[in-house]
Ligand binder design. Structure first.
Ligand SMILES: C[S@@+](CC[C@H](N)C(=O)[O-])C[C@H]1O[C@@H](n2cnc3c(N)ncnc32)[C@H](O)[C@@H]1O
Length: 346
C-alpha cells in the first residue's frame, strides 16, 4: 500500500486532511518511518491533491509484526481516536490475567483495550482495569474489561514466582510481584540463619497474604521446621492452605498484635517477617516478644524522608543495638520503601 512520509508533529493534521478527502483507508495504521527519523508513514488510497503532494510517497509491502497491544488497538479503533489518546504504556500480569490502570479518556475504550491485549497475549484469559488498592487488606478494586471467548471471567488465578506456583485472587487478597526480589532476599537470610543455628528454622509470617514469602523456603530441604502463618484478611486462609504445604504449619486469621497474648508463641521463632509497610514500625514492639534471642526480624516499612532518622533511632532503641535501614525503592515523592534486618540480642 502507498504511504505518505510526514513529520511526526504533522501526523494528526494530515490524517484529518486524508480523512476529509476520502483518502484514508479503513483501519489505517500509522507507523514509524524507519528510514527517516522523526517521520511517520500514513497509508492512503486514491489520488492526492493540494498540500499533500509535497510529501514523499513510499510503497510498503509488508506490515511490521505487532510489538504491543497498541499495534492491535490501532486496527480496532478509528484512526482519529487512536491518534488522539495517550494509551497506557504499563500493565501487570498476574497469572493469566492482565491488570491495567486507565484514566477517564482511556476508560471509554476499555473493551477495545482488552480485545487488543487478548489478541496480543494468547495465554491471557481476561483483562481487568485496576482501580487501585482499597481498605486495610489492600485488595485491588478490579473491573472486568474483557475475557477470552468461552473462558471464566473470575479473578482467581495461579501465578509463577521464582518457579513456584501460587494461587491468588487480587480482588480478595493482597499480592504484588514488586516484592519478589525481597522474597529472594528472605530465602538467603533464612539459609544463612539456618546454617548459623545448625537446624531447621521456626518461622513466623504474621502478615502473610497468600504466603509468597514462605513458598520459596519450603522447597529447600531442612530449612523450615515449624511454621506459623497468619493474616487478618479471612479470604487469605484458603489461599494459604492451597499454597503452603508443610507438615508443621499453623495457619491463622487474627490481628497479628494479638499474638503476643499467646503464651505458647512467646519467644518461639527464629525468623519473624514484618511486612505491613505502613504499620511495620508501630506494630514491631508488639510482635518482637515472639522472637527468640538470637533470632532475626526482617521488616519492610514505608518511611517518609523526614522521618528516616527518627525511624532508625526508634528501631535501634527497641532492638537494643544499631539497626541499619536500607532504602529499597521510591514509594512516593517524599517516602521510600525501606527494609531492615536485625538480630534480637536479649
Ligand atoms: C503488604 S501485605 C503483605 C502480604 C505478604 N506478606 C506479601 O508479601 O505478599 C500486608 C498483609 O497484612 C494483612 N493485615 C493487615 N492488617 C493486619 C493485622 N493487623 N494483622 C494481621 N494481618 C494484617 C493484609 O491483609 C495483607 O495481606
Amino acid at each position: 500500500m502507498q504511504h505518505l512520509s510526514v513529520p511526526s508533529a504533522e501526523t494528526e493534521k494530515i490524517l484529518q486532511t486524508l480523512q476529509s478527502g476520502g483518502n484514508l483507508p479503513e483501519s489505517a495504521r500509522v507507523i514509524t518511518n524507519p528510514d527517516e527519523p522523526g517521520h511517520r508513514l500514513i497509508p492512503f488510497i486514491g489520488i492526492l491533491a493540494g498540500d499533500l503532494l509535497e510529501y514523499q510517497v513510499h510503497e510498503i509491502d509488508t506490515k511490521p509484526s505487532p510489538k504491543s497491544y497498541r499495534d492491535h488497538l490501532q486496527h480496532i479503533l478509528p484512526v482519529e481516536i487512536f491518534e488522539s489518546i495517550d494509551w497506557p504504556t504499563r500493565h501487570e500480569f498476574i497469572g493469566d490475567l492482565i491488570l491495567i490502570k486507565l484514566d477517564e479518556m482511556q476508560r471509554q475504550y476499555g473493551t477495545e483495550i482488552a480485545q487488543a491485549f487478548l489478541h496480543q497475549h494468547t495465554r491471557v484469559r481476561a483483562v481487568f482495569e485496576d482501580r487501585g488498592v482499597t481498605g486495610q487488606f489492600r485488595v485491588r478494586d478490579l473491573f472486568l474489561l474483557g475475557v477470552r471467548n468461552g473462558e471464566n471471567p473470575t479473578t482467581h488465578t495461579f501465578l509463577t514466582e521464582g518457579g513456584h506456583k501460587i494461587a491468588v485472587d487480587p480482588s480478595k487478597v493482597y499480592y504484588s510481584s514488586r516484592l519478589s526480589t525481597e522474597r529472594e532476599g528472605t530465602l538467603d537470610c533464612a539459609r544463612r540463619l539456618s546454617v548459623e543455628l545448625g537446624r531447621p528454622l521456626s518461622i513466623c509470617d504474621p502478615y502473610a497474604g497468600v504466603g509468597p514469602s514462605i513458598v520459596p523456603l519450603l522447597s529447600e530441604p531442612d530449612l523450615v521446621g515449624e511454621l506459623f502463618v497468619n493474616d487478618m484478611n479471612p479470604a487469605t486462609t484458603d489461599f494459604l492452605k492451597m499454597n503452603i504445604k508443610h507438615p508443621n504449619v499453623t495457619i491463622e486469621c487474627t490481628d497479628a498484635r494479638q499474638l503476643k497474648q499467646r503464651d505458647e508463641l512467646s519467644e518461639s521463632f527464629d525468623l519473624l517477617l514484618m511486612n505491613i509497610p505502613h504499620d511495620t514500625i508501630s506494630h514491631l514492639p508488639e510482635l518482637l516478644p515472639l522472637l527468640r534471642k538470637g533470632g532475626i526480624v526482617r521488616g519492610w516499612a514505608v518511611i517518609e524522608n523526614s522521618d528516616f532518622e527518627s525511624a532508625s533511632n526508634y528501631l535501634t532503641q527497641i532492638l537494643g543495638h544499631n539497626v541499619n535501614i536500607e532504602i529499597r525503592r521510591s514509594y512516593s515523592a517524599t517516602a521510600n520503601l525501606c527494609r531492615f534486618e536485625a538480630k534480637k540480642t536479649d
